[in-house]
Design a protein around this ligand. Structure first.
Ligand code: ATP
Length: 446
């Protein structure tokens, strides 16, 4: 058996798409050899990688038992296809190919560990080529060879992720002469099909934004991609969409919508130990009121839960705070973030960039239900005034006094449980709440 891994064939300006190159490699292998294509894997790697074109996808083709398609033949066919299709005129496109002469589930430990690192960390080209050579894999790279990182990661994915859930995407491709022109898709049929398929099929549309999320805006060959938990369901939804002619379709097994990119923050010493370019799941308490800044981006500070009791009364001087952000494109999610109050206990998930965690979702674990306020005078009902530093409060008119602030019930516009960005702002690898399996109530966006 043979596994073909490939990556980095497209260009932001010129179009193309590595999923398309993979379908072409698979169909040439089926035509030119007696190989049986068992499945195509679409693996999303670390979304924080700076070299990515868009979604940091790498692809693997799993070939069935066959004498006629030895790894050498598969390698030659794949390399010829990459040379034909990859947008190497763009010097940021650095295609890579890695071919392993074993079954997808016979991946050695070192290679599957490499895959997990490619999803959660940053790797070098040399790490990829050395490891591929150590295992006798055939490999090829153009440009600076960077695509071999993703290609090797795709080879290791079937074992690296075998404990996790796989999802499916059914991609429909445009006729090549239409690439780069506006897409003709019947929006109404997309919304109707999305409704039929939900919740098995998710992130097809964003109902609140009125957006057909499954239809890309970039110049590449994809007409639409339908994602979900079940291979039949994604195909059914795809087929109910009215559109321009579909040139070809392909179903991919993927790690999309799984949250496999999140590192477990409980292994960190403190929030301050997070590193840029990685995504985490972290526990903390809200340490400052959320603040909306220019551009509509919302920020708040999170503090280590171990950092003592943060109540709205205490001013938080903790040094170990982490800024969390909900940027403008996350739309209505920002209202959820604005509803947070100092002292709320949270689990937050997202990528850290320049010291700021870009929220993908958060769980409210404990809501602060009261706030400390200046007491009111029992006689006249007016708010008391400070009687001087450390001397409590006084009503100047009635002469009544109180020693400290008092608790007042706080109206909360938030419940305990998970909140998420809407489908229009979802990262490919982030898990939609509707998929279930979360450790608390969920408030899914659709
Ligand atoms: P494409 O459709 O071409 O795959 P993309 O958005 O998936 O577009 P790429 O053009 O593939 O992005 O660019 C990502 C590059 O980064 C690839 O060369 C890949 O090998 C490399 N890469 C992926 N993950 C990592 C990682 N964790 N560390 C370092 N490099 C990585």
């Amino acid at each position: 058996m043979t596994v073909v891994g490939l990556d980095d064939t497209d260009s932001r300006e010129r179009g193309m798409c590595t999923t398309y190159v993979a379908t072409e490699v698979a169909s040439r292998l089926a035509e030119q050899t007696d190989a049986t294509v068992e499945r195509l894997l679409l693996v999303r790697l670390n979304p924080a990688v700076e070299h990515k074109t868009r979604g940091n996808a790498a692809l693997a083709i799993h070939l069935g038992h066959d004498q006629e398609c030895d790894p050498e033949t598969a390698f030659e066919v794949a390399r010829a296809t990459l040379e034909d299709l990859a947008e190497t005129a763009d010097d940021r496109t650095n295609p890579g190919l890695v071919v392993a002469g074993h079954a997808p589930d016979e991946v050695p430990d070192g290679v599957s560990a490499f895959t997990l690192s490619a999803i959660r960390d940053h790797l070098s080209i040399a790490e990829a080529t050395t490891l591929a050579d150590d295992h006798g894999y055939r490999r090829w790279g153009a440009g600076n060879g960077r695509g071999q990182i993703g290609a090797l990661a795709a080879v290791g994915a079937w074992v690296a992720l075998e404990e996790r859930d796989w999802t499916h995407e059914y991609i429909s491709y445009r006729e090549p002469e239409r690439w780069g022109t506006p897409r003709t898709v019947d929006e109404e049929s997309v919304f109707a099909a999305a409704e039929e398929g939900y919740p098995t099929v998710w992130d097809t549309v964003d109902r609140a934004e009125g957006e057909t999320v499954c239809v890309p805006h970039t110049p590449g060959p994809i007409l639409h991609g339908i994602r979900g938990d079940d291979p039949e369901a994604v195909r059914t939804v795809s087929r109910s969409i009215g559109s321009e002619p579909v040139a070809r379709t392909q179903r991919f097994v993927t790690n999309q919508g799984t949250d496999v990119h999140l590192k477990d923050g409980s292994t960190l010493e403190s929030l301050a130990a997070v590193r840029d370019g990685r995504a985490y799941r972290l526990e903390g308490r809200v340490a400052g009121e959320p603040e909306t800044r220019q551009g509509g981006h919302v920020f708040f500070k999170l503090v280590d839960p171990a950092n003592g009791d943060i109540s709205p009364a205490s001013s938080v001087e903790a040094t170990e705070t982490l800024t969390c952000a909900a940027f403008e494109p996350t739309k209505r999610f920002r209202d959820r973030v604005r509803a947070l109050r100092v002292g709320d206990r949270l689990t937050v998930c997202g990528e850290v960039a320049r010291g700021t965690l870009k929220l993908e979702k958060f769980a409210v674990r404990d809501l602060v239900e009261t706030e400390r306020v200046t007491p009111t005078c029992e006689s006249c009902g007016r708010r008391m005034k400070s009687a001087g530093r450390g001397q409590g409060y006084r009503c100047r008119d009635c002469g009544t006094a109180a020693e400290t602030k008092v608790d007042r019930p706080l109206e909360r516009d938030l419940d305990v449980g998970w909140y998420e960005v809407p489908p229009c702002a979802r990262r490919h690898v982030a898990k939609p709440l509707v998929r279930g399996g979360f450790d608390g109530p969920t408030h899914p966006e659709r």
